[in-house]
Design a protein around this ligand. Sequence first.
Ligand code: TYD
Length: 222
Amino acid sequence: MPRGLFITLEGLDGSGKTTQIKRLAAWIQRRGLDPVVTRQPGGTATGDRIRALLLDSRSTALAPMTELALMFADRAQAIAEVIEPALAAGKVVLCDRFTDSTEAYQGGGRQLGSQLVLDMHRLVCGNLQPDLTLLLLPSLAVCLDRARRRNDRVAAQSGKDENRFEQEQEAFYQRVWEKYREIAAREPQRVALIEGNLTIDEVHEQIAEAVAESLITVGHAC
Ligand code: TYD
């Protein structure tokens, strides 16, 4: 059984990942493949409990190292329970956020630095690397505006409070944004950088082009 294809989606809150991952999953299905779609934090029963701890704004005074360790605890579970078994079964895995998020948010945003995150990734995640990372990077102003409006809407509709990160200041998000650009510059062979304030259709086209190329490399015709 040939190994599957591991694709991650990355970007700031409000970068449009959620819309794009749904469209990409449908695009892949139309090509006769059955992708496994998952997200971090979350995506497993244990991960959903870790997610609640991490994102609830009542989790006050969470030390940056605690946050970092919880992100990796969630990821280790997702790799063991979802990602590795799917890849071993030859599936395409679409993962909404992976270790680049930790490097950008905890390494950049929380200023823990990249090296610690990359070292933990080697130790905790066996250094599993995505075959392709789609990094959506509209301007910071656009992301902040969309993320705030979405959170107000979700909180009003469901009473769900996942706002802990959104309460961060703009300087935090500026550091996250810059770290993402640094990752893209460091690993251009893995990271497809989709920049600028594009329409949903324009972003989807760029994503489809990058994914089509990766599918061909692993031998899936499309
Ligand atoms: P989520 O609601 O999934 O946001 P989005 O839909 O924008 O992806 O919340 C995930 C939040 O957790 C988001 O603010 C980024 C943050 N995060 C980290 O700080 N580090 C990580 O390693 C991961 C996976 C997420």
